[in-house]
Ligand binder design. Structure first.
Ligand SMILES: C[S@@+](CC[C@H](N)C(=O)[O-])C[C@H]1O[C@@H](n2cnc3c(N)ncnc32)[C@H](O)[C@@H]1O
Ligand SMILES: [Zn+2]
Length: 291
């Protein structure tokens, strides 16, 4: 974590500023804690990645394999001690680590999909932004491109292995944070560029768009999705389609760019393994709001 990120990050529970305790620092904070003095919450920073999950025990309870990895990654006595005493009280549930690791590899193998170069072209055609954020950034393919257009940019995801990969791009104006998109880790901060790609099946669309709308008073939102909502018990409650998402965005005060007023079908190919590729066609919507 860059120390310069501290001024933007807030406690996910109460939204006040956090205090940084450094345990190990080279060019950035390798290991440390973020403290909320009000909630008495402690958020660890391990391998440069802050885990700003409201309830760290809840995060870890579905990631037993990750808990072992975090312990091995920790290098300072303080961090090892913190993790050991923390993990000893956790009742572990079904493990998500393997599925998150698997998807990290799939995104690594799919970097060359035309989808990402198409999004990059759109980002580079925008006026420069001060602050940008990508929700559900995974390995940061797009976040790292946003850093060329933004003074400072954050990538947010819940997958630790994805952010470990994202962190490899090592840019001074880019940081990655483990957080739930719906938690309020930025308080009342305004962004000029917000990106959320292919996440509407796992993040309830209307609350997500409302959250993004609150964060933009003068700026651009880029959304894409294949509308692949049939996920059984894991489906979101209120899916959207090409028409309803545009209507929702208009209701929130966004104007769609002329190229994205109507739906599109951009190929998004995910290489599952050497013998299988998932071929989606995604719709792209770019909305602008000005004050
Ligand atoms: C389908 S992937 C899309 C990845 C990337 N946006 C892309 O298009 O290549 C969804 C990503 O969102 C993350 N994610 C899902 N729910 C989340 C949440 N509530 N908060 C933060 N990240 C979340 C997942 O870990 C995953 O990396
Ligand atoms: Zn707090």
């Amino acid at each position: 974590m860059h120390e310069s990120s501290l001024k933007y990050l807030k406690c996910p529970r109460c939204s006040i500023s956090l205090e940084l305790e450094k345990l190990l620092e080279y060019t950035e904070i390798e290991e440390g804690f973020l403290h909320c003095k009000k909630c008495k919450l402690v958020f660890p920073i391990i391998s440069k990645i802050p885990i700003l999950w409201d309830d760290f025990s809840n995060y870890i309870s579905s990631r037993k394999v990750l808990s072992g990895r975090l312990y091995r990654l920790a290098t300072t006595k303080n961090m090892k001690h913190f993790l050991k005493s923390f993990f000893s009280n956790i009742k572990f549930k079904e493990d998500r680590t393997h599925i998150e690791n698997r998807w990290t590899k799939i995104y690594q193998n799919s970097r060359k999909s035309k989808f990402y170069s198409t999004i990059n072209k759109h980002i580079h055609s925008l006026p420069p932004s001060k602050l940008g954020v990508e929700y559900g950034c995974s390995i940061g393919i797009i976040t790292s491109q946003m850093s060329k257009n933004c003074n400072y940019v954050f990538g947010i995801d819940r997958s630790f292995s994805a952010l470990e990969e994202a962190k490899k791009s090592n840019k001074k104006n880019t940081d990655y944070v483990i957080a739930d998109t719906f938690s309020n880790i930025f308080g009342k901060l305004n962004f000029e560029l917000v990106v959320a790609l292919n996440v509407l099946e796992i993040m309830e669309p209307e609350p997500l768009l409302k959250k993004i709308s609150h964060q933009i008073s003068n700026g651009t939102v880029i959304i894409s999705d294949p509308y692949d909502f049939d996920r059984g018990v894991n489906s979101v409650k209120n899916p959207v389609d090409e028409k309803s998402i545009r209507q929702l965005m208009r209701n929130l005060g966004f104007k769609m760019t002329s190229k994205t007023k109507t739906s599109s079908s951009i190929p998004w190919n995910l290489k599952l393994h050497s013998r299988a590729t998932l071929n989606y066609k995604v719709d792209l919507i770019i909305g602008r709001k000005s004050d």
